[in-house]
Design a protein around this ligand. Structure first.
Ligand SMILES: [Zn+2]
Ligand SMILES: [Zn+2]
Length: 138
């Protein structure tokens, strides 16, 4: 969340300064769940509140996650950064997961690429990610 908050407007002004709350009133949850085959993670509004400010990030319990780019595991920070991008309203750089790379030059490395390989990290926001975020909040 800090990485998204660090994205500034073109004039250097701050856009959003979000924090993750971790108290008894927090409606944000990250947990493991059954997800369709091939899906690594999903983000949904809290169904009780119906508001994207309150998000549940569900991680597939049929995939392996790690805090580094271990072989056969998905990098947890990359996945959470991507899902939080959705919470902010940022779309994938392309939607068809069968496309290796869309027209955006940094496509395979965009945090908001629809494809994340295991054993790799996409922890750095690329121009596509930052420009999309700015276009929403600037
Ligand atoms: Zn793309
Ligand atoms: Zn996504």
């Amino acid at each position: 969340m800090t990485k998204w908050s660090y994205v500034q407007a073109d004039d250097g002004s701050e856009l959003l300064n979000s924090v993750l709350t971790n108290d008894s009133t927090s409606q944000c949850r990250i947990y493991f769940d059954y997800l369709p085959t091939g899906t690594i993670a999903r983000i949904t509004p809290n169904p009780d509140l119906g508001d994207l400010q309150y998000v549940w990030i569900r991680l597939s319990n049929s995939h392996t996650f790690s805090d580094s780019a271990q072989v056969g595991a998905y990098d947890l920070q990359s996945v959470i950064l991507h899902e939080l991008g959705h919470a902010y309203g940022v779309a994938h750089c392309h939607n068809d997961v069968n496309i290796v790379a869309c027209g955006v030059g940094s496509c395979p490395y965009n945090v908001m690429s629809p494809v994340l390989s295991s054993n790799s990290q996409q922890r750095v926001l690329k121009n596509y990610d930052k420009d999309s975020y700015r276009s929403i909040y600037a």
